[in-house]
Design a protein around this ligand. Structure first.
Ligand code: TYM
Length: 343
């Protein structure tokens, strides 16, 4: 591991949506396309994370492949030795390091994770895997010494936890892990003021989520473009009849401005200036809806061209390399905690 590592993972518990795309996939893939000379890029599918909440297990293989195809359609190069595309469960060190880190993680520490509180609230039968999943995520990151971890805003707390557990282990056992940069530095690196959080179109008080009860407010990358445009046309707004970027007072309209800014690759301020004060929400939504449909049409054309053999080859090549790198870190940890003889 000589180059600094940029790493991200996207769970395969449902199709991916535009929040996943803009929050984590695109920033990583853009680095893979333009900066692979300087960085190793790890883009992986956390398949063990996929069932922290219930899923249809008969569909998991299809979902894993679907994610990989979406990465390829988004432009992830599949034939570069320094770009790793792998499935988490094909690298057993992830599970093994998780157990070790579990034994150094406080119960109270994990109980404070907002995602756990949100997802477990009101659920009848909360599983230990849901509680524990930030530790598996920390292992995913620390095994490769990743410095940059592009994620959406909802994962920032887990990244901070990763830094905490790495720091604690380093204090106890003498510099075992590379510690990823703090969240603000991550944002700076990716040229953003803050983490991204695209909201649900139907209920803009909630984030757009793969596991939402209804898909009315979620734009999946595989949505038929006309159907996605309809979701935008039915987006919940407000009664002010004036387009403004104000996430507190006008969360629905602000979310649409945010989506438009991402689709166009223009700063939010420029997009706001172009539409500020517009009183017909119908006209404004039509602009966003058309842009969403155009984006999905182009994306899905690329998806249709993805070559599964190239993905298979990338998995096989990357999983060998990922195992080598992860096992080297795991051995250091095993030696530190006394499971293996020190060299
Ligand atoms: P997951 O699979 O829920 O989401 C994948 C990525 O998409 C981001 N994201 C969003 N970004 C903006 N707006 C939204 N509405 C939105 N919804 C989701 C997430 O922040 C995430 O970056 N635990 C992780 C997966 C993971 C991981 C890792 C990530 C496992 N190990 C190691 C990085 C490094 C998760 O459940 O993400």
């Amino acid at each position: 591991m000589t180059k600094p590592v940029i790493l991200t993972g996207l769970r395969a518990n449902n199709d991916l949506h535009i929040g996943n795309y803009f929050g984590a996939m695109l920033p990583t893939i853009e680095m893979a396309k333009s900066h692979v000379d300087e960085y190793q890029i790890n883009m992986f599918i956390p398949d063990l994370h996929s069932f922290t909440t219930p899923i249809d297990h008969d569909d998991l293989q299809r979902q894993v492949w679907s994610n990989a195809r979406l990465f390829a359609a988004s432009g992830l190069p599949l034939d570069n030795d320094d770009i790793l595309l792998y499935r988490q469960s094909y690298v057993p060190a992830h599970s093994e390091l998780t157990w070790i880190l579990d034994c150094f993680t406080g119960f109270g520490e994990l109980s404070r994770m907002t995602q756990f509180k949100d997802k477990s609230q009101g659920a009848e039968d909360v599983k230990v895997g849901l509680f524990n999943y930030p530790v598996l995520m920390a292992s995913d990151i620390l095994l490769y010494g990743a410095k940059y971890v592009p994620v959406g805003d909802d994962q920032s707390q887990h990244l901070e936890f990763t830094r905490d557990i790495a720091g604690r282990m380093n204090n106890k056992f003498n510099d075992l892990f590379e510690v990823p940069y703090e969240v603000s530095k991550q944002h700076e690196f990716f040229g953003k003021g803050q983490g991204l959080r695209i909201m649900d179109l139907a209920d803009p008080s909630k984030k757009m989520s793969k596991s939402a009860d209804s898909d009315k407010g979620v734009i999946f990358l595989t949505d038929e473009p006309g159907a996605a445009a309809k979701k935008v046309m039915s987006a919940t707004t407000d009664d002010r009849a004036s387009v403004n970027y104000n996430t507190i007072e006008q969360p629905g309209i602000s979310n649409l401005l945010q989506i438009l800014s991402l689709l166009r690759g223009h700063p939010i301020e420029d997009v706001e200036t172009a539409y500020k004060g517009q009183s017909s929400y119908g006209d404004f939504k039509r602009i966003v809806a058309d842009e969403v449909a155009e984006f999905l049409t182009a994306f899905q054309a690329k998806l249709a061209d993805v070559n599964d053999d190239a993905i298979k080859a990338a998995f096989e090549r990357s999983e060998v390399r990922a195992n080598e790198q992860a096992n080297a870190t795991l051995l250091r940890v095993q030696q530190a905690v006394g499971l293996r003889q020190k060299a």
